[in-house]
Design a binder for this molecule. Structure first.
Ligand code: NAD
Length: 488
């Protein structure tokens, strides 16, 4: 065990409006130094039981508040997060390894905006009504909150993705038990400190920290949690589906991707190259929407590759708290080894690594020598059937391959088990439209990446998920619908 010379940050569960210590804890690492700096409750059945009980108790009061009352509370919470934006950004960067710039400009602003967005959208839903004049009837639908929602989130965009679930769940009048990733729990714990001030009644939001196998599974198996919203890997989603099946739970599953970028020879490379660099390497490539298969039409393949690699080499990797750094640390030692392993496999298969891992050297500041860093890596001449082109790598690694025809590239882009996000680059609007229509992908960005309107559905096809999230979709997921018929 390590010498606890520096005071460790110790988190506590948040149940029924109170912070409660846990009987055992797990170590949490600072990915940029490799040091343990925080202890996270290792919750299990008992803690989950207490949290579910608190959420059940709070449900009758919270669910009977008007949408406007709930909206005001959500807006207040958004204000409080924005007020502490810098502290949240620092904490997210330290806990996750992401750059301070990314945390400041993406993670935390979006976490606040998630509350603001659902505070607004909850005021504008309408239900359906049909008239059956010959029968003297009107039919209408009514929507009510479901009960206690179980929310499970991953480590890549910790507060961003957790609030993307908490906000719609409570806006709709549910109460929640949330379980963040055991590797990135700090910002969720910080948010709990703001709930009372925002006016969130005790028990409406409960957060139980711990591992997936213990705390996560206890939540999934709890008979009083009728719906589970999960974001994470496809493998975990399979397990959650199995475990929740005996209870017939409602599931929303946002899973992994193996996202293609399709670049036609009439693409505007001045826009395409910087955007494709971001889509490949932003947040160390640890975004479910990151590009990891780049298909470039043969006529521009060598020009693209040359410019893309030259630009990738300019991305600065290092201390995430340095605002000039573009690539921070990966989440864990194990994950870094896994990502490196893919590069080695590609090399063994005869692919060419053009920059990054194993090719360029990485000079790290003294304090970061034991951090989990890796340079943006570009691999060319990879076969479509290679694991590097089939499996989600979830790191700063992208593969570039050539294609000839539109028909061919659609088939190859669709030739993986995933279907989350795709980008298409071309100045021919007809082509862009045709290709977008045929891609098996929940999201298609043409001539751009990551521009989101939260009103519209978000989610994946095939192994990338079940269900969608967004203004209307989340409202439908987090409410139970009833059809009522009135006859005169
Ligand atoms: P993960 O599946 O390992 O873990 C996600 C969460 O599930 C964590 O909180 C974990 O503790 C919990 N968990 C693990 N096992 C569990 C079990 N048996 N029962 C209940 N909960 C359990 O995923 P991760 O490694 O944290 O995150 C990376 C993955 O998330 C990638 O595959 C990525 O593509 C995906 N992701 C998807 C989206 C999306 O919106 N589609 C967004 C971000 C990340």
């Amino acid at each position: 065990t390590m010498a606890h010379s520096k005071a460790l940050l110790v988190l506590e569960n948040f149940i029924a409006g109170k912070f409660v210590p846990c009987s055992s804890y797990i170590d949490s690492y600072n990915p940029s130094t490799g040091e343990v700096y925080c202890r996270v409750p290792d919750s299990g059945k008992e803690e989950v039981e207490a949290a579910v009980k608190a959420a059940k108790t709070a449900f009758p009061i919270w669910s009977s508040k008007s949408p406007l009352e709930r909206s005001q509370i959500l807006n207040k919470l958004a204000d409080l997060i924005e007020h502490d934006l810098e502290a949240f950004a620092q904490a997210e960067s330290k806990d996750q390894g992401k750059t301070i710039t990314f945390a400041r400009t993406v993670d935390i602003p979006r976490a606040a905006y998630n509350f603001r967005f659902f505070a607004s959208s909850i005021l504008h839903h309408t239900t359906e009504c049909t008239e059956m004049a010959t029968m003297g009837c009107v039919h209408y639908t009514s929507r009510t909150p479901v009960g206690v929602a179980g929310l499970i989130s991953p480590w890549n965009l910790p507060l961003y993705l957790l609030t993307w679930k908490i906000a719609p769940a409570i806006a709709c009048g549910n109460t929640v038990v949330a379980k963040p990733s055991e590797m990135t729990s700090v910002t969720a714990w910080m948010m709990c400190k703001l709930l009372e001030k925002a006016g969130v009644p005790h028990g409406v939001v409960n957060v139980v920290f711990g591992t997936g196998a213990k705390a996560g599974e206890a939540l999934v198996c709890h008979p009083d949690v009728p719906l589970i919203s999960f974001t994470g890997s496809t493998l975990t989603a399979q397990r959650i589906t199995e475990k929740s099946a005996p209870h017939c739970k409602r599931l929303s599953l946002e899973l992994g991707g193996k996202n293609p970028a399709i670049i036609f020879d009439d693409a505007d490379l001045n826009q395409c190259i910087p955007t494709t660099l971001r889509s490949s390497f932003a947040n160390q490539g640890e975004i479910c929407l990151c590009t990891s298969r780049i298909f470039v039409q043969r006529g521009i393949y060598s020009e693209f590759l040359k410019r893309f690699v030259a630009e990738a080499k300019k991305w600065k990797t290092g201390n995430p708290s340095d605002p000039t750094v573009d690539v921070g640390a990966l989440i864990s030692k194990e994950h870094l080894e896994k990502v490196r392993g893919y590069v080695k496999k590609a090399q063994a298969e005869g692919a060419r690594v053009l920059c990054g891992e194993g090719v360029d050297s990485l000079a790290l500041p003294t304090g970061n020598q034991k951090g989990y860093f890796m340079l943006p890596t570009v691999i060319a001449e990879v076969k479509d059937e290679s694991c590097c082109m089939q499996e989600e790598i979830f790191g700063p690694v992208t593969c570039v391959v050539a294609f000839d025809t539109e028909e061919e590239v659609i088939e190859r882009a669709n030739g993986v088990k995933y279907g989350l996000a795709a980008t298409v680059w071309s100045s021919n609007v007809g082509r862009v439209h045709r290709v977008a229509q045929r891609l098996q992908s929940g999201l298609v960005w043409t001539n751009c990446w990551l521009i989101r309107d939260l009103n519209l559905p978000f989610g994946g096809m095939k192994a990338s998920g079940i269900g969608r999230e967004g203004a209307k979709d989340s409202y439908e997921f987090f409410t139970e619908v009833k059809t009522i018929t009135i006859k005169h």
